[in-house]
Design a protein around this ligand. Structure first.
Ligand code: PMT
Length: 403
């Protein structure tokens, strides 16, 4: 999936011959799943008709700062807040100068000043204008303020000159924009093993002991770790979730199978995350045939034996020990009990979740967690597990692999 999926891009089209390329750029951004709205300067409208951009983007084109009809539909401040990114392409020498000076005398410059979204500029101008010290200084000022300069390219220009100042081709520009949204590769070159889901402990051929874990948290972590550049092995209990793209999956059923797979994966991994809800106990005996209820008995008892503690086993390694992270599923005194597990299991870090909360824990799309290690506790408020996973991977990788 492209990092542009569902991203809201406000495309500011400046006056310049390269404005025609921006029509194709809209298509390239849409192909990658972005939602695009277009703002055109008066200069841009000399080169391309707004109707072209309206037809391609599927949205009305914004042109005037003081147009009551446009303001009633989506005012300029609303538009500035809507954007995840403001991309000015082509960014002429004039636009760059006005943005560097902080002017707000037309719709595009006002939006650039009013938005809190990041700003990206695709310069397009004559090579001498690009090399002029005034433009160089303006570009430096904009970059110092956090703007991203995408290009320019060098080559033959519409005016016949040859040199730097061509706007990047739409395909290359869309790829650059995609890179702006790509998650930081904080786990590049690292190998990560993650357990997820429940285990099932057989009682007889048709019954088992288990829990309500859906695997959503562990699978989201696996996807996030893969996005962060890791080679990921996901050891999954019985769940009905698709394997995240690019992740190696090993399916297991019970705790002993999960431990075997986890130990094998840990031999080669730098980071181990135990997100699975491993059954603490299993039936002492597994009946070969279905257990019959004994006539005349109103109760029965079940002998249980303890399962191996998978994450504690990995944390106890004296060689080939990965940075080891556990989860703590708690229903009361969440932080206190989680700290106990951190110490008892000798983990590097533990992620505590209150599984009694209505909006989180087992089989929910959301979760709220507290990250605990020797340096203290950090709370992450309720969020979709998919989003939370990216935050967790960011924090874990910074603690596991500082610098
Ligand atoms: O799968 P979901 O529906 O998305 O739900 C997510 C979750 C609630 C299952 C997950 O966020 C979570 O909390 N996982 C850990 C659940 C659990 O078993 O917690 P625990 O407190 O009992 O175990 C502490 C840690 O020891 C965990 O990392 C667990 O994986 C590990 N453990 C426990 C027992 C055991 N025999 N071996 C283990 O490795």
């Amino acid at each position: 999936m492209s990092s542009l999926a569902d991203k809201r891009i406000l495309l500011g089209v400046g006056g310049g011959i390269a404005a025609y390329k921006s029509a194709d750029l809209v298509r390239r951004l849409l192909e990658r799943g972005a939602d695009v709205r277009v703002v055109m300067t008066a200069g841009a409208r000399e080169f391309v008709q707004p109707l072209t951009f309206q037809a391609l983007s599927g949205n009305p084109v914004h042109t005037d700062l003081l147009d009551p009809a446009a303001e009633a539909a989506m005012g300029h401040i609303e538009l500035a807040k809507w954007a995840d990114l403001v991309l000015v392409a082509p960014a002429s020498a004039n636009i760059m100068a006005r943005l560097a000076a902080g002017m707000a005398d037309d719709l595009l410059s006002t939006l650039c000043l009013a938005t809190e979204a990041p700003l990206a500029l695709a310069p397009a101008m004559n090579q001498a204008m690009w090399r002029h010290p005034a433009t160089t200084a303006n570009a430096a000022t904009l970059c110092e303020r956090g703007a991203a300069l995408l290009g320019p390219d060098a080559g033959s220009q519409a005016c016949g000159d040859i040199g730097p100042g061509r706007m990047l081709e739409p395909q290359a520009l869309a790829a650059e924009v995609e890179r702006l949204f790509a998650p930081v590769q904080s786990l590049a070159g690292k190998c990560v093993a993650i357990t997820a889901g429940p285990t099932r402990e057989a009682l007889d051929p048709v019954r088992f002991l288990s829990n309500h874990s859906s695997g959503k948290m562990g699978f989201a972590l696996a996807a996030a770790a893969q996005r962060a550049g890791a080679e990921v092995t996901l050891i999954a209990g019985p769940v009905s979730l698709p394997t995240p793209p690019g992740v190696k999956r090993i399916d297991v059923v019970d705790a002993r199978e999960m431990r075997e797979a986890a130990e094998r994966a840990a031999d080669f991994c730098d980071l181990f995350i135990g997100a699975a809800a491993v059954a603490d106990f299993r039936p002492a005996e597994v009946a070969v045939q279905k257990i019959k209820k004994e006539d005349g008995r109103d109760s029965d008892s079940l002998a249980l034996v303890k399962n191996p503690d998978i994450v504690a086993g990995i944390a106890a390694r004296t060689s080939r020990r990965p940075f080891t992270v556990g989860f703590a599923a708690e229903t009361e005194k969440v932080e206190e009990h989680a700290r106990g597990k951190l110490l008892r299991k000798k983990l590097d870090l533990i992620i505590a979740n209150d599984v009694s909360a209505a909006d989180g824990g087992f089989n929910s799309d959301r979760n709220a967690v507290t990250i605990i290690d020797s340096s203290g506790a950090t709370q992450l408020p309720s969020a979709l597990k998919t989003e939370l996973a990216d935050q967790l991977i960011g924090i874990i990788s910074a603690r596991a692999f500082p610098g």
